[in-house]
Design a protein around this ligand. Sequence first.
Ligand code: GLC
Ligand code: MG
Length: 713
Amino acid sequence: MVSVHGLIRGKEPELGRDPDTGGQVGYVLDLVQALANNATVEKVELLTRKVESPAISSDYAVDEEWLSPDSRIVRLRCGPRRYIRKEALWPYLDEFVDRTLQHFKAQDRLPDVIHTHYADAGYVGLQLSSMLNLPQIHTGHSLGRVKQQYLLEGGMSSAQVERRFRISRRIEVEEQVLDQAAMIIASTRQEADQQYGLYERTRPNKIKVIPPGLDLSRFHPPERDWHPTHAIQKEVDRFLTKPNKPMILTIARADRRKNLEGLVEAYGKNPELQERANLVIVAGNRDHISNLEESAAQILTNILLLVDDYSLNGKVSLPKHHQPDEVPDLFRLAAKRRGVFVNSAITEAFGLTLLEAAASGVPIVAPDDGGPVDIIRHCRNGLLVETLNHDALADSLLNVVTAGPRWRQWARNGLAGVKNHYAWDAHVNKYLKEVRLVIRGNRKSTRQRIELLHKPPLLRANRMLALDIDNVLIGDGGGQKKLLEWIDLHHKGTIFAVATGRSLEEALTVIRDNSVPTPDVIISSVGSEIYYGPKILPDLGWATHIHYSWRREETAIVLKEVPGLSPQPKENQAEFKISYNTNEKMPPVEEIAALLASHGLRANLIYSHGAFLDILPIRASKGRAIRYLSYKWSLPLEKILVAGDSGNDEEMLEGRTLGVVVGNYSPELEQLRGHHQIYFAKAGYAYGVLEGIEHYHFFESKGCESANLLSAE
Ligand code: GLC
Ligand code: MG
């Protein structure tokens, strides 16, 4: 499981402490537990963000927390140490991917399936599943397009929505997940049909409706001699003149969508309802309203104003504090007082609290939309209502609290419905049935790709061979053949990478024309793009990383003034690469760099063969791509042998990598002679590479034959 945002811990989860630590966190924790309890599941790991800050419990900084013998939370660093809201996490998710790979590498087995929760984890899962060839299952929990629609209807401008919620990024990821995930889990029919229906790449047959389960050991009706904890009853009743009247209970975050103000108005406008029942609103914890987040403070203030306007003192209770373990008692108190639980939200995707009410023997009133429609259909334990209509809402509530024998029937129906449809056991059985199909499907397709069989995933590798293509791997047919035989023989545990100035298309053509097998990694366009074979999947994290400070248009305009530069043909230009042919009129590279700097532009200038100038983002080059791969796949630089012949190879030859300059090198590499770990081969082309392999005893050093290829060295 991957659930990146929020605060997650097994002991006393602090659900509802902020908008990011609520329903999803509870859902994920319950699912992990229920799966771990199932005999056919060997192990469940929940990967989440590690957070370290004096403001929160140190529990969230613990690397590993065992939940049961078969399940644990693993916390991985992602961006700053402090807690940040989910919308601010996007730039850091690639780090989460990298750390997950490192974590996997240290395990003795890869998971059979990756289940991601919410769009941020969806992004992480897209990369993991494609790089590791693992099926991805995804649960959206809430969807960007739905939120966007709702915010726009609420009067926000699209620019505001974008600024505050990075909504287009989220939606794009959701589209990709819909396209690539093996299965999408929705909680309700409405979510599957209508919400996912807003997406372009939705595929209805991929979406399975499996409602979340409920912990029935926590939620059950009050026994005859039951009493709530003293504290919570006191907290509720201290606001009420006649506490024993039936109670209209609502438990919801102070969020506009929950329509709590509408509920108070409905109650305030109906004197008979006030006569028959009290209204209890449990909206999180607070000491001072002024310390709450702005929108929550606004809602609570409005509620207090409405209580005053309608003179509801003594009839409306607004408890300030409750512990998570007192929530079941709140429901039981409502049941004991023959009350009703209301969800007054405008729309509710699922409505977990409605099920908790049902499991506690409390009839419900809920919006005639989304999850509640399924719940009422399965449980027949109350009424659906147009929640924005105050009169209708009040009438329904009155209807339930004055129902007599029907109240009992509703309470009983709810109990049975929850057991049959919404227990975690029921969920897990349906879930595993679908997951088994997904895993089987994935195995089959793997088998079909014969190439994959003798190409171990990158994760298992302990060394990498990274070769420039032109004039290194190819150029001398005899040497190439010999080198490829070597690679084939030693492929186990070794990643075969090419690093070229050519575009991906051209590189693939040359590879094919020269009968070179598809590399595990293709670094193309002078290191500005990275792909993984055999499916040629782009490394999304690399693009995000090098994007930094790159202003392609402006850079190209400034370079128009420079003498001696003429643009290369269109097919040599790329999003992160501007390339020129040069002649003797070209000023020194340092001067061109200074010119760009004087315009506030930053770029990496790479001069090769005395004839080409490539302009790349400041973070991109073949060398930096190699370092990125080294980090991402936990391969020490000393385990990477690189071979090149010209200027664009310089950065990957330098430093801790095992550098080989082939005999037929261009003059600009002469200056590397004598540098640490750079071997100048006497032989040219692929024979030069073989000479370098021998020089470094590359395939002989320890670790190559390591039996457990998954363990890091
Ligand atoms: C390849 C590319 C070209 C680039 C050169 C040097 O020939 O096609 O665009 O300038 O390598 O990196
Ligand atoms: Mg070359």
